[in-house]
Design a protein around this ligand. Sequence first.
Ligand code: NZQ
Ligand code: ZN
Length: 385
Amino acid sequence: MLNFNFQNTTHIHFGSKQIQVLSTEIPLKAKVLVVYGGGSIKSNGVYDQVVDALSNHTWFEFSGIEPNPTYDTLMKAQAIIEKHNIDYILAVGGGSVIDGAKFIAAAAHYQGEDPWNILAKQEPVTKAVPLGAVLTLPATGSESNGNSVVTRDGNKLPFSSPLVRPLFAVLDPNVTLSLSDRQISNGVVDAFVHIIEQYLTYDVNGKVQDRFSEGLLQTLIEEGPKALQPETKEDVDVRANIMWSATMALNGLIGAGVPQDWSTHMIGHELTGAFNIDHARTLSIVLPAVMKVRKEQKRAKLLQYAKRVWQVESGDENERIDQAIKLTEQFFIQMQVPTRLSDVDISESDIDLLIARLESHGMIALGEQGDISLAISRKILTQAL
Ligand code: NZQ
Ligand code: ZN
């Protein structure tokens, strides 16, 4: 196992009616900015629950954070923060709203030239407005990690800081019942790929991390399709298991002390930046190709994945690996997400643009060994056609 330090300070409030804890979690003297997206929280009752819980607080609101939040939209919040001396941010929504709130929180105390440099130049965050989150879409893990992804002019870039990790997160699975099938699928697939990025690397004998990861993958394989089937989709227990799996997938626990890949995500971000494809749908296209192109480097873990996650035990090594990749693709198809670039109308002639963008974003040495060069990323994209 590799050396690691691990601390997750986000206080999780999980279950029915937990939104009411906002009344005590946020200090009464705080000046709160409630940030949200395009309005789903107004039609599913979440907004009303938040308003009720904040009835004794002083609060303002900022809405319109779009999926794959943009710098231009997020910077508009700065005027409200200044005008009302905001000293607490409450994000109510999915990963985009929470990521957006993190950037707003960091930009509010940014001292340099342009807050975009937090992403473009990876300038460290030295201070941020404290924030909490009410999660409405289980997927990203943003509710209890320090990561954020923001887009400017088609450039989709990540930053990370413990200062933007939510102080608390409310996870009520009931609020996910209003999600469309597309968003449920996206969430399950995103969480699945987060686990894979931290698991399917090379073996360092991290038994705890491996078995946690395998348990989470199996939970998503079992519960994900149930959230799409008419007989089981309203089952709050199904939603609860998906929600907790997605949080656990990217709260730092399973990634501590093991190598991490993230090449699928970095290549996927270019597909979203250039062609506006949903985040999870870029992952379901890129991951099977990564598994195929990186078969030798990932051989031992692919065999472990085949055996422990998919119970594939017959055939020679290559057959078992191929079968595990096939089952992964079948799971994605069952979850109604694309597995090929051609499924989203992207062809060979688009690959040059994607490679150029990877290069301009410095994504030239990806993967757990830093050995996925642009030439190998090209192979992966070609494999995904
Ligand atoms: O904007 P509203 O009206 O709220 O609608 C949203 C949005 O249209 C809707 N929605 C959310 N909760 C709902 C709901 N609709 C009905 N009922 C509910 N309960 O769903 C749509 C998509 O929301 P979004 O927040 O964009 O989805 P997701 O949670 O998948 O977040 C995706 C973003 O997170 C980033 C992605 O790159 C992408 O920008 N990621 C963040 C990570 C992190 N912070 O650690 C890691 C991930 O790998 C990912 O990169
Ligand atoms: Zn993701």
